[in-house]
Design a protein around this ligand. Sequence first.
Ligand code: PEP
Length: 258
Amino acid sequence: MSHPPSQPRTPVFAANWKMSHGPAETGAFVERFTAHHRRRSDATVVIFPPAISLAAFAAAASGRLDLEFGVQDVHTELEGAHTSGISAAMVPATGATWALAGHSERRREFGDTDADVGRKLVRILEAGLRPVLCVGETLEERESGRLSTVLETQIREAVRPLDREDRARLVYAYEPVWAIGTGRTASPADAAEAHAIVREQLARTEGCDAERAAILYGGSVKPANIEALLAAPGVDGVLVGGASLDPDSWAAICAAGR
Ligand code: PEP
């Protein structure tokens, strides 16, 4: 049986502000960024502000429907006694349409397991949000030759509770833990190798759409390395932390590949 031709994957430029830019700084960021960023119809730009800044972001970006935004995490439960938790069901009312799951800082600081990440993906998808599943290896895992095993396990376990339709809706971010916030970037060849492993795992996993799934690269992406990383085979966009905090640097990144 012949397969339909694969669709070009729309590049995604995603900014993870982590715990930076509170409501007081968010408006100024959006104003400066939008003054420099020309809308693009050939790419998606999405920002993940801290939850406390979602309303400020929505207000500041209300004139720029091309800017999408999302939450950095959701709780595994939808409601109840979970102090500080973010219910996926409450997110759409903020205007946010995306959610991260499995960021390495959540895994490291909050102990999120692959099973937790799977439960969060279920909540995110039930809420109609677009999930970005973050995966990546530590330096120790890479140096002991476990890159493939780690990526395969993280993907397999996180998608386990999802049905076929939902599996096809995931966006992935390959983020080597040793390159996050360290200034140490994976080379384009390293990124291409890991993205190929992720895509092979998707091809082996029922329901996952290996051809169409966007796989973003994250880890010390900057204006100086964005073009080379985006040109690497299989890299469909980027997830950027530190360099997304400055509106000029973020605008330069979002102009890449035009
Ligand atoms: C991230 O946290 O998702 C990230 C990639 O951070 P940085 O760009 O600062 O390495």
